[in-house]
Ligand binder design. Structure first.
Ligand code: NDP
Length: 258
């Protein structure tokens, strides 16, 4: 699908997220960077979480120059996220903004691409920490703040190998299955209250550093850029998706709000 065709799937108003606060993990590069910029351009104050301060500062500067919103930088290595650190983040967001309307759990690592029989335990643990345990720990710490919002959105980033396993994708595939399970379970728990929607989103093949590492022989020019998926990322984050919960979305095949 061409970029212009993608953009026609959903046309969010420029003030879609005005006054809202959104946390984006892995906001310094790739899809997370594109989402942070898109959310800010649509009015959100974005908390930029990542492990490389220089990348976060570049996104912070782009948001400050291009919007009237108030971003903050949250340096954190999700491999080492402790329970107290997650609680401190919740306290810092409460102090800075007093509210939280959305989380995009986007940060992730690929890990080694080897047979499971040879997969080192330390690397399995690191992939699970970043891709699955940290999203749980952050969500649990931040839920009380989100429960105060009129409507809020949690987006977990999935993958094709989080739905059907594939040889040599090891912990990455297992972590994405965990993400799908977490998304469905939390959505079911929160559905009756009706205020927090929870969905999983598979961006599909996208022109980023992670994709290049996974498919070094592929021509990146054949892939969509992160910005081309932002209609779906905006739709799920904003109030037009109220009531949409417990679903798994694919950016490559999504045809717009139903
Ligand atoms: P990138 O590798 O380009 O970006 C990943 C981001 O996560 C970076 O900002 C990185 O920070 C951050 N990150 C990695 N480890 C940590 C950590 N320990 N603590 C904090 N932040 C960390 O990935 P993509 O943009 O391609 O992927 C984004 C999401 O989309 C991921 O969840 C991925 O699994 C998913 N996905 C991507 C696909 C694709 O084709 N690109 C396909 C299907 C799913 P830093 O730059 O500082 O390392």
């Amino acid at each position: 699908m061409s970029a212009s065709a993608r953009r026609r799937r959903y046309a969010p108003p420029s003030n879609l997220l005005a006054g809202r606060v959104v946390l984006v993990t892995g906001a310094g590069a790739g899809i997370g960077r594109a989402a942070a910029l898109a959310y800010a351009r649509h009015g959100a104050n974005v908390a930029l979480l990542g492990r490389t301060r220089g990348k976060l500062e570049a996104v912070f500067d782009a948001i400050e120059q291009g919007t009237e919103t108030r971003p903050v930088i949250v340096p954190a290595d999700l491999d080492k996220l402790t329970e107290p650190a997650a609680e401190q983040l919740a306290a810092a967001l409460t102090e800075e903004y007093g509210r939280l309307d959305g989380i995009l759990h986007n940060a992730s690592i690929l890990g080694p691409r080897v047979p499971m029989a040879h997969y080192p335990l330390a690397q399995w643990t690191e992939v699970m920490n970043v891709n699955a345990i940290a999203p749980f720990a952050l969500t649990r710490a931040l839920l009380p703040l989100m429960e105060a919002a009129a409507d809020a959105s949690i987006i977990f980033t999935s993958s094709g190998v989080g739905r059907v396993g594939r040889a040599y994708w090891g912990a990455y595939a297992a972590s994405k299955f965990a993400i799908e399970g977490m998304s469905q379970t939390l959505a079911d728990e929160l559905e009756s209250a009706g205020r927090i929607r929870v969905n999983a989103l598979n961006p599909g093949a996208t022109r980023t550093a992670m994709r290049a590492a996974a498919y070094p022989a592929e021509d990146p020019a054949t892939l969509p850029e992160p910005a081309e998926h932002m209609d779906l990322y905006l739709y799920l984050m904003g109030p037009d998706a109220c009531g949409v919960t417990g679903q798994s979305f694919d950016a490559a095949t999504w045809s717009g709000p139903q």
